[in-house]
Design a protein around this ligand. Sequence first.
Ligand code: IVH
Length: 672
Amino acid sequence: MAAPRERADFLRGEIERHNHAYYVLDAPTVPDAEYDRLFRELQALEAEYPELLTSDSPTQRVGGKPLAAFVPVRHAVPMLSIKTETEAGPAGAEAFDARVRKALALSESAPPVEYAAELKFDGLAINLRYEHGALVQAATRGDGETGEDVTQNIRTIQRIPLRLTGNAPAVLEVRGEVYMSRPDFERYNQRQRSLGKPTLVNPRNGAAGSVRQLDPKMAAERPLSFYAYGLGETIGWAVPVSHSSVLDALAAFGLPICEHRVVARGASELIAFHAAILARRDALPFDIDGVVYKVNSLALQAELGFVSREPRWAVAHKYPPQEALTTVEAIQVYVGRTGAITPVARLAPVFVGGVTVTNATLHNEDEVRRKDVRIGDTVIVRRAGDVIPEVVGVLAERRPIMAPEFVMPKRCPVCGSAIERPEDEAIARCTGGLYCPAQRKQALLHFAGRRAMDIEGLGEKLVDQLVDAGLVKTPADLYGLDLQQLAALDRMGEKSAQNLLAGIEKSKGPALGRLIFALGIRNVGETTAKDLARHFGSLEALMAADEARLQQVPDVGPVVAASIAHFFAEAHNRQVIDGLAKVGVRATPLEPVAVDSAISGKAFVLTGTLPTLSREAAKAMIEAKGGKVAGSVSKKTDFVVAGAEAGSKLTKAQELGLIILDEQQFRELLES
Ligand code: IVH
């Protein structure tokens, strides 16, 4: 018996070690196949010798029998909540610091208080109880005194170790947040949708719902994560002296600790942390609703104590919410540059994501059906970062009676042309083309845009006027405008008219890629436009290319090639291009690409947050050396540059065995 027992122990240790490397450190140590082999061997061993099975065996993660109800658990140490700082911005951190200093009776000349600053995760609080290193119980917060035993479900979370590494104390209770990452949430919903099953409204509900799911098999299907942020009861452990060193110790035990945390001295460093995290909020792969400040010294925490069950030593400093409730006042359709018809919900104004939102996209007809959004509905609106606001879901129980379903109009609301939707496409389009003023306006705005011809001062209001007054029909017409015409427009003085004319004049010599992009060919984005420019060298050569030649350009497939050929086959588009040439618009010759560079022609994918480089900067550096940046990982990818919190792209790259670089290695490659 000794041999199987030792083998089982060994296998469990190995599997947990690989789990930790994969899920917590994000740095897999073995290929998946090897992991699977170890796992199957352990399963087989436990099947053969049931007496060897332990509750902390990694084979026990995937669900037991459904429960009738959760068993109540009395917390050894109450699970408290924290006060939310009411003052927004810097004043919030200052108010907290002032309260702490006052409570500690610190004089003005006393040195700054040291704080631990971390993220406020938006999920569900959980207490994990480890006895002699083994996870024995997991409980929700409940009312703070008594929670519910959700051990079975928590076991299914791969990032939570079933056994601690190192010299674990007799009792160690770890507190933290169970959450669902955004990519996991999107993937889960996509899968549910494809199976025709119900989707989750948001990651937070997803996490909370999964943990409180009576059938652990169902819970196991939901991809959850966990970050530890504190302690409950401990026995037989020399607790470190500060919160930050407690978290370091928990990390050493194999628990996941979020890397976005700092030790901050005084209010000024808290303010800096608050601002730095706000700037990165949308790049994080999970939702946060703010940051948390904690007095770092545990001795000072004890001195500060509690007021009405909230610690005086901690505070949550929130950010503007990214989701809010409002009502749908109307559903209208918007006509885009390519005639695409987008249903838009007109909303009762609501403050979300830091601005007042009155419209939210509903993407397309199927999406409206799927979410079943109707006039009068109460909806959840989400606005994260610069992304356009969207309707996340409907509160069905608040629907007014007789709310009519959305119907796609048959005719374009702008030009009256028929709206058509090809059978296999999700997007309905106005068939009016450039006859449709909406499309004409959008095409002009696109042409003048910062990433296209970059005509300063030509914004939406002006384009509206120019088109409505019949002064401009095609981009070439812009170059024929004169001072008198412009100065006669609404809210346009002579000075701004002159500036605009100068801007138009200045745009006459764009890089070829910009000019191609500016034309607004369907399926030709900025990157493809640059690729085409590099490949053909001139607009004439591009126009002369047939679909087969077009497909020789890397990343140009049959669909894109057909779009391009179709565009140049249209007499109208050729007229526009001739018109542009006549008024003197000519692409400047291409800057020679550094052909001898180690990365010329190589395909890069950027993922996660790099320590010092923004994504834009890294992209520019790659392109300057003749490399390309793609959005997704495939066999054709040459290099993946991965930073913190890299997600599925990194996993895929690892699966494909691609070369993965950190920022340092990336810089070295560029310099080589
Ligand atoms: S500390 C006594 N730290 O926010 C202090 N809580 O009211 C106990 N939360 O539901 C909490 N991130 O689950 C702490 N870094 C963090 C947190 C955090 C999220 C949640 C917690 C609780 C609420 C606090």
